[in-house]
Design a protein around this ligand. Structure first.
Ligand SMILES: *Cc1c(COP(=O)(O)O)cnc(C)c1O
Length: 229
């Protein structure tokens, strides 16, 4: 049983990577999954893993190879930043100036620069975190990206509504890509490092790619359904 599941994880990684090609990065979302599952993906060549709880990410990191790039994709509280500041590779979920300032402080204490994405609210649903495209525009118009030396804003992240209407999902992703393009033109025209559009999950990554995603965050399609306790 276990062996079959393990082989499936490796196969899922290989087939996703060949579908995605060179230009779309795969974040394997390993939240709730054991380190043994992560090792199966690792042994199939996967190096980027996404987690949405700081404690869980820190605990797993201690048990797994050092060359894993850990991406934080969950809602973030300022008091948790310090635990991941020594190692986190990319924080996808920055949705306020306060968070950005706190991340920069913790990064400085660790003598490193932390890469971040601005999480943009593109879904019509009320529950989603993220700043509006206008808020992101205003934040960068304040010049914060030049004042904080220990964060590097690399792009945007967003989640579409959980609906069957593919045209709605496509429109929401198109809004995120347009927001990225506007921010790039307005504030990062000379910064090739501002180049990440993180959008697309197991159910909608194909749509996201047609709308310009270059980083997808995929959990269930790699590791199977999650079982929450
Ligand atoms: C859980 C999660 C994912 C992956 O979801 P799947 O549907 O399992 O692919 C992607 N992004 C975020 C922010 C998540 O919390």
């Amino acid at each position: 049983m276990n062996r079959i599941v393990a082989m499936e994880i490796a196969e899922n990684i290989r087939s996703l990577k060949s579908t995605l090609g060179e230009n779309v990065a795969l974040v394997a979302v390993s939240k709730t999954k054991p380190v043994s599952d992560i090792m199966e993906a690792y042994n199939a060549g996967q190096r980027i893993f996404g987690e949405n709880k700081v404690q869980e990410m820190v605990a797993k990191r201690d048990l797994l190879p050092n060359d894993i790039q850990w991406h934080f994709i969950g809602h973030l509280q300022t008091n948790k930043i310090k635990y991941m500041a020594p190692f986190v590779s990319l924080i996808h979920s920055v949705d306020s100036e306060k968070l950005l300032v706190s991340i920069s402080k913790e990064a400085e204490k660790n003598n490193r620069v932390i890469d971040c994405l601005l999480q943009i609210k593109i879904a019509s649903e009320q529950t989603k975190f993220g700043m509006s495209p206008q808020d992101a525009q205003a934040l960068l118009a304040s010049g914060i990206q030049n004042k904080l030396s220990f964060v590097n804003i690399k792009g945007v992240m967003g989640m579409a509504s959980f609906v069957d209407d593919e045209s709605q999902v496509a429109a929401e992703f198109a809004l995120l890509k347009k927001t990225f393009d506007n921010l790039k033109t307005g504030f990062f025209a000379d910064s090739p490092a501002f180049n990440v559009v993180s959008m697309g999950m197991s159910d909608d990554y194909r749509i996201a790619i047609t709308q310009g995603s270059n980083m997808v965050r995929i959990g269930s399609l790699v590791f199977g359904e999650r079982h929450y306790e």
